[in-house]
Design a protein around this ligand. Structure first.
Ligand code: NAG
Ligand code: NAG
Ligand code: NAG
Ligand code: NAG
Length: 311
């Protein structure tokens, strides 16, 4: 019982920090030019007069009308936020770049992964944001969905851009920053969190990437993409505390986009694959395993039990 309570505290701490504007890329590099034109900022329309334009979290375009983000980004206290109260900003590196209205689109709706449970965050933490009208392809670019899974890396091979704050006393940054990171084994990732007294379940449909020394996408920059080549491989949902300098950062944890290919095909393109037809029905235990098989997961059983080292 005690263990369970401790875990909840850890989970809520991570999640609430991430969403409430306390997302950070610390020790990153300033992003300039057009290479990050796929990057979106989900913004509260009521706060767009602020310097950081009501930035709530990050995401990335996969079509001119669809962005991928974390499902936890779209919840406040377990309640889904209201689509019509938000807008997407894309195609610029500064949030205060108001030079053209083609950078902004209203949000039509959110599609949360059906297996996501806001009161048990982390698993299936992925969602699609659909805009009322498409962005212009002159203004933005789109990332490709992975056609194959990505393996671990010995050197940093992926990029995460984000508008999270650059230090722990700021809320967000109007300047887009990016870090390069290296995909690690899920087991190493799990152990790294255990070593720090924070255990999370690293499911096979998650992906861990280690930021460089002294930098991190901390407490989130929730929804930020992990981009490897032209491919959107991950959606950030968890970063470790970055209140103090992070010499040995923990890996950041992402939803593994490849694992959600069948659901994305259906949600974004209306393509229902043979193996995936059962997910049309309300989510059930059997629906879940069918879905995972359809998404090409190698293992269904890799559920590392949630424990804390503080027993
Ligand atoms: C979401 O919005 C798009 C664009 O307006 C629309 O085509 C689609 O039917 C909507 N989906 C849902 C589930 O309301
Ligand atoms: C933190 O970031 C904010 C906004 O970028 C900046 O104004 C402030 O000086 C920074 N504080 C520290 C301690 O670096
Ligand atoms: C990382 O930060 C520590 C403490 O601030 C500093 O001593 C060290 O030189 C930094 N390392 C790098 C590679 O920047
Ligand atoms: C998604 O659709 C594309 C195009 O039809 C197909 O190549 C791919 O295999 C599908 N992915 C999954 C996981 O069903």
């Amino acid at each position: 019982m005690n263990k369970f309570v401790i875990l909840c505290v850890v989970v809520l701490y991570g999640a609430s920090y991430s969403v409430e504007g306390a997302s950070r890329i610390i020790g990153g590099t300033v992003a300039t030019g057009n290479e990050f034109n796929y990057m979106v900022s989900l913004q509260r329309i009521s706060e767009v007069a602020q310097l950081t334009r009501g930035h709530r979290c990050g995401g990335a375009l996969i079509t001119l009308s669809h962005a991928l983000t974390a499902a936890s980004c779209l919840h406040n206290n377990n309640q889904l936020i209201v689509a019509s109260e938000h807008r997407l900003f894309a195609g610029a590196t500064r949030l205060d770049d108001d030079s053209n209205e083609y950078r902004v689109r209203n949000v039509a709706n959110f599609t949360i992964h059906p297996e996501f449970n806001p009161s048990q965050r982390f698993n299936y933490d992925i969602a699609v944001i659909t805009t009322v009208s498409p962005f212009s392809n002159v203004a933005v670019s789109t990332l490709r969905l992975p056609t194959e899974d990505i393996g671990i890396q010995l050197e940093p091979g992926c990029t995460t851009p984000g508008w999270g704050a650059q230090n722990s006393s700021a809320t967000a940054s109007y300047q887009l920053m990016f870090i390069r990171s290296r995909i690690t084994e899920n087991a190493v990732c799990f152990q790294s969190y255990v070593n720090q007294g924070t255990s999370i379940t690293v499911f096979p449909n998650m992906l861990c990437a280690l930021p460089p020394t002294n930098s991190t996408g901390c407490h989130g920059d929730i929804g930020n993409p992990l981009v490897c080549g032209d491919y959107l491989q991950g959606v950030l949902f968890l970063s470790k505390d970055c209140a103090s300098p992070v010499v040995m950062p923990s890996p950041d944890v992402y939803s593994r986009v490849f694992s959600h290919g069948a659901w994305l095909n259906e949600t974004v393109f209306g393509i229902i694959s043979q193996e995936n037809t059962t997910t049309v029905a309300p989510p059930t235990e059997s629906g879940a395993s069918t879905y995972q098989a359809g998404a090409g997961l190698l293992t269904i059983f890799a559920l590392v039990q949630i424990v804390t080292s503080m027993s």
